[in-house]
Design a protein around this ligand. Structure first.
Ligand code: ZN
Length: 252
């Protein structure tokens, strides 16, 4: 039975002279691996090869568990890549979000809300490019998507208080620490029990505890917040996200 779904292409790999193996994030069926036979022929039902970040409607024949579905049609709605081609920073931010989503999602696990978040993330990034707004806004959108990804997976760190003693974050904290292992903030009285902790600037902790502040904080705070999230994803994935090096998160 052929199935229709909305999808965004996460990865495209050449399979033969004329075919591709594609990984989609679909709205109703979660992550989906599919073979697109003949997709590289100019006159196929795919309108040419499917590119990473292409967004559209797919028709596919589902496969047995562990095998590739067969893609029979792809109708592109929006070519995200060409919208981003004039702004390298936006393109890198989109690819980093895509990489994290690919690594933190499973095949055949529908995550409708996360799909809508991802789609909105890509669209809002293309809007930033159109309006030529700042790198700060781009990084803010990336931060919000990364937190949505963690929240949707049920692994959002506790940014509102100490994970060890439940003390609520306040101006009274002399120092704020973060531990990936403990998945949240650590107060000054508990920090000695967490050897992997890192010291957080209070502005970063405050922003993460109340994201409404994000549009108002300095670029430095946004940069340090993204730096913390990349370090957290590195711990989660046991490897640094490949696209992180393009974000220019280091000083200077
Ligand atoms: Zn504590």
């Amino acid at each position: 039975m052929v199935t229709r779904d909305r999808a965004i292409c996460l990865r495209a790999v050449d399979y033969s002279e004329t075919s591709q193996i594609l990984t989609f994030f679909t709205r109703q069926h979660g992550k989906l691996g599919a073979i697109a036979k003949g997709s590289k022929r100019p006159k196929s039902g795919f309108g040419g090869p499917v590119e990473r970040l292409a967004r559209g409607e797919i028709l596919f024949a589902p496969a047995q568990t562990g095998q590739l579905a067969t893609l029979t049609e792809f109708q592109q709605i929006h070519d995200v890549t060409s919208s981003l081609s004039t702004d390298l920073n936006a393109y890198y931010a989109a690819l980093l979000g895509t990489e994290l989503l690919t690594k933190l999602s499973q095949e055949h696990e529908p995550r409708v809300e996360l799909f809508d978040r991802f789609q909105a993330f890509l669209l809002s990034i293309t809007q930033v490019v159109v309006r030529r707004e700042s790198k700060q806004q781009l990084m803010g959108l990336l931060i919000l998507f990364q937190l949505a990804l963690l929240r949707d997976g049920g692994i959002l760190p506790n940014f509102t208080g100490c994970v060890n003693c439940d003390l609520a974050l306040s101006d009274g904290w002399r120092a704020v620490y973060f531990s990936s292992d403990a998945n949240g903030l650590i107060c000054q009285d508990c920090e000695m029990s967490f050897p992997q902790r890192t010291l957080l600037p209070s502005s970063v902790a405050s922003t993460l505890s109340d994201l409404r502040q994000l549009p108002q904080v300095s670029y430095e705070t946004v940069r340090l917040t993204e730096k913390l999230l990349i370090s957290h994803f590195t711990d989660l994935l046991h490897q640094r996200p490949i696209m992180a090096k393009f974000l220019e998160l280091e000083d200077g």
